[in-house]
Ligand binder design. Structure first.
Ligand code: SF4
Length: 197
């Protein structure tokens, strides 16, 4: 039996995060930790240490897929591993992220009203009114709704991919994983071209 480490329990944070956003959408802002930490790790250390150990999403997929046995444990298909799909999904994800920022800006500028919905798979709007009762500027709430939508959509995609393939197959095309990989490669390249002391 493999030894258990403290970071194997980081999946708890993923569950707590979604539960908090269910009751108060403003907690969705905490998801920025998951957004920036992998990039900081990759830029600072030039490795995927965050993905390998400290990602709550990765640990959740591991716990459900490997420990609980919900995964079919099939190899991810070649198209999913292909550069075209991984980079294409990254571009799509970033476009949706910019779209979310634009919606936030429109509320900030008074050009549109706050929309208290969570949008799944970028199209399905689920009413989520109970989760915002004030306490922040409408633009901050709009960002929270948008960010929570992206986090929940990617979590569902991750779980579906875990069920169909190997436990952490989502990590094959996770946009954060693709970006950290790009940073690590660039860093390795720049370190390699640096003159030795
Ligand atoms: S690839 Fe994405 S989900 Fe997987 S461990 Fe890295 S950041 Fe987490």
């Amino acid at each position: 039996m493999k030894k258990s480490h403290w970071y194997h329990y980081l999946w708890i944070w993923a569950v707590v995060y979604f539960a908090m956003g269910f009751f108060n959408i403003l907690f969705a802002w905490l998801g920025l930790i998951d957004f920036f930490l992998p990039l900081i790790f990759a830029a600072g250390f030039g490795n995927k240490g965050f993905c390998n150990r400290y990602c709550d999403r990765g640990q959740l997929l591991r716990a459900l897929g490997s420990q609980k046995g919900f995964s079919r444990r099939k190899d991810a298909p070649d198209w999913m591993k292909s550069k075209a799909f991984r980079y294409g999904f990254l571009v799509f994800f970033l476009a949706m992220f910019m779209n979310m920022l634009y919606a936030t800006y429109q509320v900030f500028a008074g050009a549109s009203n706050l929309r208290e919905v969570v949008t799944l798979f970028w199209t399905i709007q689920v009413p989520w009114k109970w989760a915002y009762t004030g306490g922040a500027e409408p633009w901050a709430a709009q960002f929270a709704f948008g960010f929570y939508s992206m986090m929940l959509t990617s979590a569902i995609l991750g779980i579906l991919t875990m069920l169909a393939y190997k436990p952490r197959s989502w990590c094959v095309y996770c946009p954060m994983g693709t970006m950290t990989q790009m940073i690590c490669k660039m860093k390795a390249g720049s370190d390699a071209t640096r003159p030795s002391k």
